[in-house]
Design a protein around this ligand. Structure first.
Ligand code: ADE
Length: 222
C-alpha cells in the first residue's frame, strides 16, 4: 500500500518515524509519500490562501496549488482521493478496514477555513471526518487515518499486537485485561484468568465484552 499525503505542513508527518508505524515504514511494509502543496503554487510568493467570496471569517486554500499537486502526484487517478474535513463521513473501524484494502490512497489536507469547493467537486472521491469536532487542519486527522489503516497492512503488527481480539473487531468493546502482579493496591486479578481453563476464560471474556459494550456503547449493539 502507498499513501500519498498532500499538506502545507510536511513536518507534522515526522511523527510517523517512531514506534510501530516507524518500524513498518523502515521495513517497507507500506509507503507514505508526503508532498508540500506550496511547492505547486504558481503565485510569486508561493501563496496558497485567499479571502472567501461573499465574505466571512478566515482564509481559504486556493484551488490552483491543490489541483496541480493532486494531478502531479496521481496523474492516472489510481488513488482513492480523500479530503479530511469535519463535513465528511465519520471514520469507524469498518471504514478503516475497507481503506486498508486499497492499493493507493491520497490524503488531502486543508488548512485555514478549508479549501475551494471546486477541488472537492473536481478532484476528491470522499470527504472523511475523524469525529464531530473541528481541528485547525486535516493533518492530525490524516495521521489518525494512517495509523488506524496501517494496523491492517500485513507485517505492520506483530502477533503480539494483532487486530483480531480488540475493541470493534466484532462490533464490541474489548474485555478487561490484566497483567502481573496478581494483586495491586488491594485489587486482585479475576480468579478465572488464573484458572488455565481456556473455555471458561473465553466465556468470561465474551460476557465481559457484552456487559461493557451494553454499559458504555449501547449504540454498537444495534
Ligand atoms: N479537519 C478539521 N477538523 C476535522 C475533523 N474532525 N476530521 C477530519 N478533518 C478535519
Amino acid at each position: 500500500m502507498r499513501i500519498e499525503v498532500l499538506t502545507l505542513f510536511p513536518e507534522i508527518y515526522r511523527s510517523l518515524d517512531v514506534g510501530i508505524i516507524g518500524k513498518a515504514l523502515k521495513k517497507n511494509a507500506f509507503e507514505v509519500n508526503v508532498t508540500n502543496i506550496r511547492d505547486y503554487s504558481l503565485d510569486k510568493h508561493k501563496r496558497c490562501d485567499d479571502y472567501p467570496y461573499g465574505g466571512g471569517p478566515g482564509m481559504l486554500m486556493t484551488p490552483q496549488p491543490l489541483h496541480d499537486a493532486i494531478s502531479a502526484v496521481d496523474p492516472d487517478r489510481r488513488c482513492v482521493r480523500i479530503y479530511l474535513s469535519p463535513k465528511g463521513v465519520t471514520l469507524n473501524q469498518n471504514l478503516v478496514r475497507e481503506l486498508s484494502s486499497k492499493e493507493n490512497i491520497m490524503l488531502i489536507n486543508g488548512f485555514y477555513e478549508g479549501i475551494d469547493q471546486r477541488i472537492i467537486d473536481l478532484d476528491v472521491d470522499m470527504e472523511l471526518s475523524i469525529g464531530d469536532y473541528v481541528l485547525t487542519g486535516g493533518d492530525l486527522a490524516s495521521l489518525v487515518v494512517i495509523n488506524a489503516v496501517a494496523r491492517y497492512v500485513p507485517d505492520v503488527l506483530g502477533r503480539q499486537e494483532s487486530t483480531e481480539e480488540e475493541s470493534f473487531s466484532d462490533g464490541m468493546l474489548e474485555y478487561p485485561q490484566y497483567t502481573r502482579p496478581q494483586e495491586f493496591m488491594g485489587l486482585s486479578v479475576p480468579e478465572v484468568l488464573l484458572s488455565g481453563n481456556h473455555a471458561e476464560i473465553a466465556k468470561w471474556r465474551k460476557e465481559q465484552s457484552e456487559k461493557i459494550t451494553e454499559n458504555k456503547r449501547p449504540d454498537l449493539l444495534k
